[in-house]
Design a protein. Structure first.
Length: 150
């Protein structure tokens, strides 16, 4: 049977050495959630980032589904970086396993571990770029549909 830390390392932090993966995962809070649990709530500030280890999270705004996030994706990263109050809800759609880092705890750890900070920021950038690519793809499809209607 495969060690969960090694499986989670490939999922979340493929560039980190195993010892650092254990440290990063160790400063987070692990949770197993049932369908319908909120990771982000509209109108509330975001003070943590969650990594989906297993399961799916639906992001919606005012009842409209914006997209689904799955294993290896971060929840709350853009909101935490911007400091904005959440304009979306992020809710599990199936049983999920997550690890959540409080912003202050993560910041202190990364400040004390600059190499890990660089690799964590690289993962964060890849995660945000992937989400942005999905948005751009949807916009291109919408534009092409609108062009055919004009």
């Amino acid at each position: 049977m495969e060690c969960p830390v090694h499986r989670d390392r490939r999922l979340a932090f493929p560039d980190l050495p195993p010892r650092k993966v254990v440290q990063v995962l160790g400063i987070g809070s692990w949770a197993t959630t049932a369908p319908g649990e909120r990771l982000i709530e509209h109108g509330k500030p975001v003070d943590s980032i969650s990594l989906i280890v297993r399961g799916q999270v639906r992001v919606s705004m005012e009842g409209r589904v914006l997209g689904d996030l799955g294993s290896g994706e971060l929840v709350g990263s853009a909101l935490l970086l911007s400091g904005a109050v959440a304009e979306v809800d992020a809710v599990t759609t199936e049983p999920a396993r997550t690890v959540r880092w409080q912003a202050g705890t993560l910041e202190r750890y990364l400040n004390a571990n600059p190499e890990t900070r660089n690799l964590f920021q690289r993962h964060l950038a890849r995660d945000l770029a992937g989400k942005l690519q999905r948005v751009v793809t949807v916009l291109l499809v919408v534009c092409s549909i609108l062009a055919t209607l004009a």
